[in-house]
Design a protein around this ligand. Structure first.
Ligand code: HEC
Ligand code: HEC
Length: 313
C-alpha cells in the first residue's frame, strides 16, 4: 500500500500521531478472520431457521424453516410444569377438603396455588391475605384471618361458604322497637363487647338494654347467650370482633335498619362461587384449605362416643 515503515521496519499507513505513533497495516490474525466468517454464516442460518425477516407488517413475516414459535415453546414449558402438578391435581379430584387438610404435602401444594386463586377471586372483597375491607359504614367483607367465624370455621363449613355463598339476614327494628329501646339494647351490646356477657349482665347501667335483648326477637337469632348461631350467620355479640362497625352509632344503625333486609339495611352478600361457575371444584377445595390455613380454621371435633352424645342431650 505504501512505502511507509516504522522504526522497526514494519509497514504502516503513513499516519503518525503524537510524534512517533504509526498505524500498522498488518492483517488481523487468522483466528479472528475465521470467527468473523463463522458468525456471518451463523447469522444466515439463524435468519433462515427462526422467524426473522419482516415483510410488510407485524403479521406478515418470514416464519423460518424451523417452525419455532413462542407459543409452542411456552406450551412445552407448561406441559413440563403440568407433569409435576398432575400428580397432585389427580389426587385432589377425589378428595374432600378435610382429607386434603390431613395430608401435609398436599396441603402445602394447595396453599401455594390457593394464594393466586384468592388474589384473583376473593381479595377484592376480603383484602389481600384476608384482612377484610371496609368502607365508611364499616367492614364490607369480614376478616378471614381471625378465629371468629360467623358461619363456622371447620374446613367443611368454609368449603360450604365458598361454594354456596352466604347472606345473613337481620330484620330491621325501626318501628318494632322504640328509639329509646334501640338505644338501650345498643348500649347493652357495647357493654358485652367491652367486658363480656357476664360483666354486662351484672352492670345496672345497661339493665334496661339487657331486658330489651331478652324480651325481643334478638335471642331467636343470636341465641340466649348472644354468641350467635352459625347456621344463620348471626354474629357473636359478646366479643370485641366486629362484623360491621363497633361504634355505638354503627351498632345502633345495624339494629335500626338490619342486614340484607331492605334499602336502608347493611348489604352483606358473600357470592356463590359454584353458581358463578368460574372455578372448578378442585379450585374451590384449594380455596377452602387456603382460607382455613390463614390460621383461624377450627379442627373437626373427634367423633364423640355414643355415651358422651347421650350425656350431652
Ligand atoms: C363481592 C364480595 C365478596 C367476594 C368476591 C368474596 N366474598 Fe367472602 N364474603 C363476603 C361477605 C360480604 C361476607 C359476609 C357475609 C355475611 O355477613 O353474611 C363473606 C363471607 C365469607 C366467609 C365467611 C366468614 C365467616 O366468618 O364465616 C368466607 C369463609 C369467605 N367469605 C371466603 C371467601 C373466599 C374464599 C372468596 C373467594 C373465592 C370470597 N369469600 C369472595 C364478600 C365477598
Ligand atoms: C332474623 C335474625 C336476627 C334478629 C331477629 C336479630 N339479628 Fe342481629 N344479626 C343477625 C345476623 C344474621 C347478623 C349478621 C349479618 C351478616 O353479617 O350478614 C346480625 C348482626 C348483628 C349485629 C352486628 C354485629 C357486628 O359485629 O357488627 C348487631 C349489633 C346485632 N345483630 C344486634 C341485634 C340485636 C340487638 C337484635 C334484637 C333487637 C338483633 N340483632 C336481632 C340476625 C338477627
Amino acid at each position: 500500500m505504501s512505502d511507509n515503515h516504522d522504526a522497526s521496519g514494519v509497514p504502516t499507513t503513513g499516519h503518525v500521531w503524537d510524534d512517533d505513533l504509526g498505524d500498522l497495516t498488518n492483517q488481523p490474525p487468522k483466528w479472528w478472520m475465521l470467527g468473523l466468517a463463522a458468525s456471518a454464516i451463523w447469522c444466515v442460518i439463524y435468519f433462515i431457521y427462526y422467524p426473522s425477516i419482516p415483510v410488510s407488517n407485524a403479521n406478515n413475516y418470514f416464519h423460518g424453516l424451523g417452525g419455532w414459535t413462542a407459543i409452542t415453546e411456552m406450551e412445552a414449558d407448561k406441559s413440563d410444569v403440568d407433569k409435576v402438578r398432575g400428580k397432585y391435581e389427580d389426587k385432589l379430584k377425589d378428595m374432600t377438603p378435610a382429607a386434603i387438610l390431613a395430608d401435609s404435602e398436599l396441603t402445602e401444594y394447595v396453599t401455594r396455588s390457593g394464594k393466586v386463586l384468592f388474589g384473583d377471586n376473593c381479595a377484592a372483597c376480603h383484602g389481600t391475605n384476608g384482612v377484610g375491607t371496609a368502607d365508611k359504614q364499616g367492614f364490607m367483607a369480614p376478616i378471614l384471618r381471625d378465629d371468629e367465624w360467623q358461619y363456622g370455621g371447620k374446613i367443611g363449613d368454609i368449603y360450604t361458604t365458598i361454594t354456596g355463598g352466604r347472606q345473613g339476614v337481620m330484620t330491621a327494628h325501626k318501628g318494632v322497637l322504640t328509639d329509646p329501646q334501640i338505644d338501650d339494647v345498643a348500649k347493652y351490646i357495647m357493654a358485652m363487647k367491652a367486658a363480656g356477657k357476664d360483666k354486662a349482665d351484672a352492670d345496672p347501667t345497661v339493665a334496661a338494654g339487657k331486658a330489651v335483648f331478652a324480651s325481643s326477637d334478638c335471642t331467636a337469632c343470636h341465641g340466649a347467650d348472644a354468641k350467635g348461631i352459625p347456621a344463620m350467620g348471626s354474629k357473636n355479640l359478646t366479643d370485641s370482633i366486629c362484623r360491621f362497625d363497633c361504634s355505638i352509632e354503627g351498632v345502633t344503625r345495624t339494629i335500626t335498619f338490619g342486614v340484607n333486609a331492605g334499602p336502608d339495611a347493611r348489604a352483606a352478600v358473600m357470592p356463590s362461587f359454584q353458581a358463578a361457575g368460574k372455578l372448578s371444584d378442585a379450585e374451590l377445595k384449594k380455596l377452602a384449605v387456603y382460607v382455613y390455613k390463614f390460621g383461624g380454621g377450627q379442627p373437626d371435633a373427634p367423633a364423640a362416643s355414643p355415651v358422651a352424645n347421650s350425656a350431652a342431650k
